[in-house]
Design a protein around this ligand. Structure first.
Ligand code: NDP
Length: 284
């Protein structure tokens, strides 16, 4: 029987995850189906219960449900515990073949991002001054993995400042000795960073790429990397201002494929190749 998976979110139409997991399954000869599942904002738990009752094997979870997925899981990996957000659910089978005894919650966003930056883009996170913009599920998912790479500092800013403060406080308690701090957007102007990561969903909705920039141009030094976690939106306002400031730019396609490969490993126990897919997705 074909093993069923899905990516669950709202919105979800833009997701390339079905294409990616179909390619992975072809590469290793696994028989899976993987679909997009649009779930109304207040129906995450009910939708997952129904999906599992049909014998599904697992799901990816995207915005805005990563914190709810954390609560839905009955078992958590260390990296999910550290991030407080879940983007991969694995439905473990009972001995009698019924699905649903345990739901393993994992988070592969962090490893996806750090692999893309260090291995695919060849940029060092160790010793870097990193600015993380955003304090939603994606920011929680990647912050711990960024600290694991021993940056000089991890500064977090967010439109709703109290959420940046809450994330920085969580990190300080989970990673004692790490240099994680929150800063309000008003205080950013004269602060230079080596790597700036946009983990907001602002670029999903910006109508023409001309929205008010998330960071002042002065934050980008010549050697900076500006990383837009969103993908498929071309030169967003964030990437435009970074490029004009002389920074190298990247969107989240590499992270998307790397986090998916790690999810595929969690579900199927096999490693897949990522470079060919990243290259073909980047070419459009
Ligand atoms: P959430 O809904 O959990 O969080 C959204 C974040 O964006 C919040 O920090 C929110 O700020 C901020 N935000 C939203 N609109 C604006 C705006 N107009 N201006 C400034 N800040 C804004 O979403 P996620 O964290 O799950 O996802 C964030 C982004 O990361 C999405 O674009 C998603 O597609 C991308 N992503 C990409 C991945 C990849 O593999 N490439 C993996 C995971 C995520 P506030 O708190 O003030 O509301």
């Amino acid at each position: 029987m074909t093993d069923q998976y899905a990516v669950i979110g709202n919105p979800i139409a833009h997701s390339k995850s079905p294409l990616i997991h179909a390619a992975f399954a072809r590469e290793v000869g696994h028989d899976i189906s993987y679909n997009r599942m649009l779930v109304p904002i207040n129906q995450f738990r009910a939708a997952l219960d129904e999906f599992r009752s049909k014998g599904a094997r697992g799901a990816n979870v995207t915005l805005p449900f990563k914190f709810e997925a954390f609560k839905y899981a009955t078992q958590l990996t260390d990296r999910a515990k550290a991030s407080g957000a879940v983007n991969v659910l694995r439905f473990n089978e009972l001995g009698d073949g019924q699905s649903g005894a345990e739901v393993l919650g994992d988070n592969t966003d962090g490893i996806g991002l750090t692999r893309d930056i260090t291995q695919n883009l060849g940029m060092a996170l160790k010793g870097a001054r990193i600015l993380l913009i955003g304090a939603g599920g994606a920011a929680y998912g990647v912050a711990g993995a960024l600290l694991d790479e021993s940056p000089t500092s991890l500064t977090i800013t967010n439109r709703t400042y109290v959420k940046a403060q809450a994330l920085a406080a969580t990190l300080s308690s989970k990673y004692p000795g790490s240099n994680a701090l929150a800063i309000s957007t008003d205080e950013l102007a004269d602060q230079p960073f080596d790597i700036i990561i946009n983990a907001t969903s602002a670029s999903m909705t910006e109508p023409s790429g001309n929205e008010v920039p998330l960071v002042p141009a002065t934050c980008f030094g010549k050697a900076s990397l500006a990383y837009e976690m969103m993908y498929g939106k071309g030169q967003t306002a964030f990437l435009q201002i970074a490029a004009q400031s002389g920074a190298r730019t990247a969107d989240g396609v590499g992270m998307l494929v790397e986090q998916a490969a790690e999810a595929f490993f969690v579900w199927r126990g096999v490693k897949v190749k990522t470079a060919p897919l990243i290259s073909s997705l980047k070419q459009g």
